[in-house]
Design a protein. Sequence first.
Length: 322
Amino acid sequence: MNNTTTVSSAPGQPGGKSKKLKSLLIGNLLALSTAICWGLNEPANKALIPDWISASGVALSRIFGATLIVWLISIFIKPQKIQKGDWKSLAWAGVMMVGFIYVFSLAFNTASAIDIAIILTFQPMLVVLINAIFKHEKVSSLEIVGMLIAFGGALLVILAGGNLDGGRLLGDFFAVVCSITYAAYLVIIEGPSKRYGTINLMKWVFLFTAIISIPLIFTLPAVPRLFESVGGTTHWLPIALLLFIIVFPTVYCYIVTPPAIKLIGSELLSFYQYLVPVITCIVSVIFKIDTFHWYQPVSFVIIVAGVMLANKAKATAPKKSN
């Protein structure tokens, strides 16, 4: 029998400080890992679409694959009862998820992977705008200025990219639609995410997404090239890329983001998202998936400046008294 007395460390004691540092380290590692996964997501999609598999094939693989994985994980998680009033929100979240996953894939038919990553950086401003319109949240003049600056950066990507290749315009438009639907998803899911664990929440969101996506199965073309065996040779690299897209950007990132927010806060987490276009750019250029153009870093800096200005305005705004 162990008679050693365990003394718990108070926050001000060395043990408490060590625990806090450990939490910060884990939170930062989780945030960094999600940024890397999302940064690799764009070039992986661009490498597959449309040469190896159609955009709808990638989108439906993500949706049905992620649904299966999350439900398998949920077997080992204690279930939570969903409140009656939350079912509608979860269903609408499923609708929005179909929108941004499916449209995200469609964008890669014509748009640049780097352009898409930069346009998606504009998404936090859309959350502010949607909250202002539908939740009547007050927006300061400085936040509006930040939004306009960020919008200018996104517009630069679309117009400059369109001048290089007219076909990019449609892809960039899909990237904008993807940003809007993802922003709407974040607004819808905000309330339920505070009441339920990540797995218990996402298993229902993904299930609704899968059910809504069933009619899209009939839009699939012939058997994708990556599943065709030519001369007995299996295309392992494209298959591995598709599995990566399903497991990491689609499942892993959704699961670890809430814990990361709890450990380091949403503001610090958001800074890691600025790494996404940088990682996308580096990987795309190294593997010759995409080409680098002058307007991309310029527009990225403009968008980030606008987002940070709006965030600063929100942080310094006076709190409402109860």
